[in-house]
Structures are given as C-alpha cells and as structure tokens.
Design a binder for this molecule. Structure first.
Ligand code: DAH
Length: 376
C-alpha cells in the first residue's frame, strides 16, 4: 500500500472515530458517581460496548485496511480506558471527602460520663515505696507467693523448731519442692535469699556484680484474722549488700524514706534495739506521734512502723556470700500498717472488702502516678 493510500485510510478512520471519542469523553464527564461510572464503562468497553464493537468490526474490513484501522481503534480504546480511570480517581476522592466531612469529630463536645476505677490504697502505697526507694537507686524485685520452707525460714537463719516459725502462723501447702515443704510465704524476706543467691552465682562467674540494692513489694500470708491482721497482707522488703555498707546507711535510708512517705521533713524517727533471727544487730523503727489525737509527727509518743537490721553473717553465708567481705542491711515494712497510719484508716479488713463506695473514697486516680516530684 502506498503512503498516499495509507494516509487516506487514516484520515477516513479518524473522521469515523472522532464523534465516538467526543461522545465518550462527554459521557464520562457527565458521570457523577462511581455506580454510573461503572455503567458507562460497560457501555464503552464492556463485552458488547461501543469500542468493543468497533474493534470486532475490523474483522469484516478489507485485509489491506485492517492494520491501520485496528491500530487507531486500539489507541482510542486505550485513551478511553485512561480517561475512565482518571474519572474514577476523581470520583473516589470526592466520595472520601464527603465521608470525611460527614464523619468529622467534634472535639469540643463534652465527654460522655464513663465509670473509671481507682488505684487501691495498698497498691498506691507500694507504688510510693518504689518511687521513693527508686529515687535512691533501688531496683524493683519480685518473688513467688508460693515458696519452700528453706527460703522462708532456713536460709534466713530460722532453724526448725525455732519459735519464730510458730510466730509467723505459716500456711503449709499440701505439696513440696523436693523434700522441702511448700508454704505461702509469710514474709517478703524470701526474696532477699533469692536475690543474694543470684548475685553470688553471678560473682562466681568471675566478675564483681554491682552491689545489691532492691525493693520488694508483694503479698504475704499468715493464719491470722482480726481488725489489724488479715490472712493475706502486704509487705515491702528492702536489701542493700556491698563491701562497705554500714548501719549509718541503714539509718539514713530509712529516715529519708519515712520523711518522704509521710511528707513530713521533720518527722522524728527512733531506732530501737530488737531481735530478728536474720539480722544482727536488729532494730525496730519508730516514728513520733500523738497517741491521743493520732497525729503523726507531733507529740511525745512513739509508734513502731518497721523492722530492720544488718544482715546476719549466717544469712550471707547461706547464700554463698562471704560475710568477711560483704555486709549490708535489710528492712521489712507492713504495707497495710503504714497505709492505715497515713490515711487514717482504722480497720484493716476494709482494705479487702471491696466495697465500691470505700474504694471510691480511698482510691487514687490511675492518671496521677506516684512520683517524688508531685509530693508522695
Ligand atoms: N520479715 C520480718 C517480718 O515479717 C520483717 C523484717 C524485719 C524484715 C527485719 C527485714 C528485717 O528485712 O531486717 O516480721
């Protein structure tokens, strides 16, 4: 075919297609939603659509004309398909912005009232202890509620038949770890042992671990129940072990702690000689108060708040720590007791009755965690 003939066919084909192209573009422009767009697509490019038909018709043409006309019809098809996609994009975007406008959130609307819980005073006190001792560089440590009697007594220098075992009214479980009876731990002092054993193990590997400085809040259990005792209660244990830890550190730490906890910078604190099997010397710690009014920090009476002492050499040795090289102090606080004192709660049983009215009154906001900076 000569170039002249080809040009003539092209011209003829263009004249034929032009109205279809114009019609298709006008139809697409007029479409206003995605559903009509799909209908339009079927009309143009569907199985029996306009463009599909034009392409099918190519087969009936003179074979010399077919390639030229088919190429132009295919080009038209591609143009229409592209225009369709472009229109689809525009319509989708428009639909999205209509949705965004309809779904706009009014951030000035008042919140719907929502029942919110509160932090239990016992949890709050333990959080406060962790915050205060955390600021002194203590790490948080926890241990299991179910222990064996070696962690609970033996390792703590309380031999079998020692009266301290009876004193603690321990719950023995119908189970054992090897030949050691399982108990519900009667105090958090068990975690002293676990921590020192781990520390000695680290040390045995050849490098000196950082000194021990831990605070251990947790549940404890004793067969006891009255206005000031509950079979389940809470303690917080502290332990510091190093090469040069002395009684002066013990006193400084505990005075600072009590003053921070009760928020009384001048709170009188007294250390009174006492006895615990796992410390030597042992001291009961008292704070000044007025017995009549119950006011803390005023008056000339003393109130016992916690037990403490220098860790007994036998306890260190039981954990594989050489008492000639290391020493340190420990203390144990009754969490219910210091919570009752701080908030004027008279009966310990109220803590565990779960009366919602009581919890609402004595509970703490979950949104205001205990930090030293806001005043404990
Ligand atoms: N474990 C003791 C008890 O439950 C409290 C206690 C006293 C813990 C003196 C200590 C301590 O770490 O040094 O009665």
């Amino acid at each position: 075919m000569s170039d002249v003939d080809r040009a003539a066919i092209e011209k003829d084909e263009q004249n034929l297609l032009e109205p279809y192209a114009a019609q298709a573009l006008i139809a697409l422009d007029a479409v206003l939603d995605l559903k009509s767009l799909e209908a339009c697509r079927v009309e143009l490019l569907g199985k029996s659509g306009l463009i599909t038909r034009l392409l099918k018709d190519v087969g009936a043409l003179a074979s010399a004309e077919r390639p030229v006309r088919a190429a132009l019809r295919n080009r038209l098809k591609a143009q229409i398909a592209a225009a369709l996609e472009q229109r689809r994009g525009q319509l989708e975007e428009a639909a999205l912005s209509v949705r965004f406008n309809a779904e706009r959130i009014d951030i000035t609307a008042p919140p719907r009232p929502e029942a919110s819980g509160s932090i239990h005073p016992i949890s709050r006190t333990m959080e406060e202890l962790v915050a205060i001792f955390g600021a002194m560089g203590f790490a948080l440590k926890e241990g299991p509620d179910i222990e064996d009697d070696w962690y609970s007594f033996g390792a703590l220098n309380i031999p079998a038949h020692h009266p301290a075992r009876a004193m603690m009214d321990t719950f023995y479980l119908n189970a054992s770890f090897g030949n050691r009876p399982a108990v519900l731990r009667p105090h958090t002092s068990t975690v002293q042992i676990r921590t020192m054993l781990e520390w000695a193990l680290e040390r045995a590997k050849g490098c000196e671990p950082a000194p021990i400085r831990i605070i251990v809040p947790g549940r404890t259990f004793r067969a006891d129940h009255d206005a000031t005792h509950s079979p389940m209660f809470h303690q917080t244990e502290g332990l510091v072990i190093g090469r040069d830890i002395t009684l002066a550190h013990l006193k400084g730490c505990l005075i600072d702690f009590l003053r921070a906890y009760f928020n009384l910078p001048e709170l009188p604190v007294r250390f009174r000689a006492s006895y615990f099997p796992f410390t030597e010397p042992s001291m009961e710690v008292d704070i000044g108060w007025n017995r009549k009014s119950g006011e803390i920090g005023k008056g000339s009476d003393w109130l016992e708040v916690l037990g403490s002492g220098m860790v007994h050499p036998n306890v260190l040795a039981n954990c594989g720590i050489d008492p000639r090289q290391y020493q340190g102090f420990a203390f144990g606080v009754g969490v219910e007791r210091i919570t009752m004192l701080k908030h004027g709660i008279a009966d310990l049983r109220l803590f565990f009755e779960n009366d919602v009215r009581w919890l609402r009154h004595y509970g703490f906001s979950p949104l205001a965690p205990a930090t030293l900076y806001e005043g404990i």
